[in-house]
Design a binder for this molecule. Structure first.
Ligand code: TRP
Length: 454
């Protein structure tokens, strides 16, 4: 089974293509706005430390587990879990598919804003009053229009297939994204008062290390940013034909993802301090007043106030966010698409279009009410991913460990490393994730209340 790929199934062209696409899935809006603002709230460097802990000790072992299952079965999650675990595990695959649909429905709305901002900034049409500009583009018909456009782009790429769609998009877009990020970080380094931003970002407020809500936010952020907990990397690895070391691949993907998130902080914090936008990183509240507030309102207004160059800097910034969003959204749509291709024998084209339309419709409530968007972000984008990750650890650690370990051994022949991986998957990740799931459920319920009350 491990090397008998169903004939005719799409696959990656090269190892670099797979890695770039996986990094593309990981690097997204999550790295660039969610990371900076949760880091600000979570005590700067203290949050970063917790984050690194979750990425290294929970994220990498779980990512390895997901990829092992995908490569072993050469199938997308629903079929993979049924093949290995029996029909009782199908519902976990179904949960994955639903998470992908749920996350993409609001992710695409935000991605639509980035598109609109980028175009308007380059046209020199970004108004000085970004508060009312944001209010007018972020909800209602304009938001629905950009959301539909963005979904159209996503469907087109996914329809083109793994090698011709996902891999080609990653090759074309990721280098541009890296260059824009480096350019912006260098530009931010030239701002005076920026040093205060670096200090705030990098100086740990150690009391936050023991704050359970900061801990669970760091975990939620790690999951979202690494694209874990909903079988995205399982699906990606199911298109692997070669036997690379999956532990090493996971570490590379996680390191790139962290690197981009970290550098994004080096862009955002000097800007916040240079323009004295500290108040914009308000604490508490919904997506409307902090998450989006800093990135879509305070920052563009400040940078655009620099005049000519400012508009291009903002344009480059939102172009970068948009590119990052494209390479992530294709992985979100790919999970549902691959499930229908493998499980229902649909054509890829049909699956991508049907799910694309469904997600477009489901995104409309988020484009109309930002409190609903925030609730989905906390419920599906954090809580359900953690539940999915917890169940994946239980599946791999207790249901199929011998097979999984044998598959991992193709490429990773150090048996001590495999043993260590198994210990993390069985005994370290599940209790930590259970604890974190509780806190993220509380946050999701609070967001639910805010939505209902709005
Ligand atoms: N990781 C992406 C980001 O940081 C979002 C994303 C893409 C994702 N695919 C995913 C999140 C799968 C969870 C699961 O923006």
């Amino acid at each position: 089974m491990s090397n008998g790929a169903p004939s005719g199934r799409d696959s990656w062209g090269t190892r670099a293509g797979f890695l770039l696409a996986a990094v593309g899935s990981a690097v997204g809006l999550g790295n660039m706005w969610r990371f900076s603002y949760v880091a600000a709230e979570g005590g700067g460097a203290a949050f970063v430390l917790l984050y690194v802990f979750f990425v290294a000790f929970i994220g990498v072992p779980l990512m390895t587990s997901e990829m092992v299952v995908g490569r072993l079965t050469q199938s997308s999650p629903v079929v993979a879990l049924r093949t290995l675990g029996g029909s009782g595990w199908i519902w976990l695959g179904v949960l994955f598919v639903m998470c992908g649909i749920g996350i993409l429905s609001f992710y695409s709305v935000i991605a639509g804003w980035t598109m609109r901002y980028a175009v308007d900034a380059f046209r020199g049409a970004l108004p000085a009053d970004t508060t009312s500009y944001f209010a007018s583009v972020a909800t209602g018909v304009p938001a629905i229009v950009t959301h539909v456009l963005f979904m159209g782009i996503t469907v087109l790429i996914v329809t083109a297939g793994v090698k011709r769609g996902l891999e080609r998009a990653a090759y074309a877009l990721m280098p541009v994204l890296f260059l824009l990020l480096l350019g912006l970080a260098l530009w931010a380094a030239t701002l005076d008062q920026g040093g205060g931003g670096y200090a705030y970002y990098l100086r740990p407020d150690l009391s936050e290390l023991l704050n359970p809500s900061t801990i669970s936010r760091a975990a939620g952020q790690a999951f979202f940013s690494l694209s874990l907990g909903m079988g995205a990397l399982m699906t990606f690895a199911s298109y692997l034909r070669t036997k690379e070391n999956l532990g090493r691949e996971s570490a590379v993907i996680a390191a790139c993802d962290f690197g981009v998130a970290f550098i994004s902080g080096l862009v955002v914090f000097p800007i916040i301090f240079h323009f004295d936008l500290g108040a914009a990183i308000g604490l508490g509240g919904a997506v409307t007043d902090n998450t989006v507030g800093t990135l879509f309102i305070a920052m563009p207004a400040a940078v655009a106030s620099l005049g000519g160059l400012g508009q291009y800097v903002i344009g480059a910034f939102f172009l970068m966010l948009f590119l990052a969003a494209v390479t992530s959204s294709i992985s979100l749509l790919e999970v549902a698409t691959a499930a229908a291709v493998d499980g229902l024998r649909w054509t890829r084209r049909r699956a991508a279009i049907v799910f694309g339309l469904l997600i477009t419709l489901l995104g409309i409530p988020s484009a109309r009410n930002l409190n609903f968007l925030d609730f989905l972000d906390k419920f599906v984008g954090a809580f359900l991913l953690i539940v999915g990750g917890l169940l994946t650890c239980i599946f791999v650690g207790f249901r199929v460990l011998p097979q999984a370990e044998a598959e991992l051994a193709h490429g990773l022949d150090d048996s001590r490393a495999r043993h260590l991986w198994a210990v993390f998957v069985r005994y370290v990740a599940p209790p930590v994730l259970l604890f974190v799931a509780g806190f993220s459920l509380i946050a999701a319920i609070a967001a639910f209340r805010t939505w209902i009350a709005s």
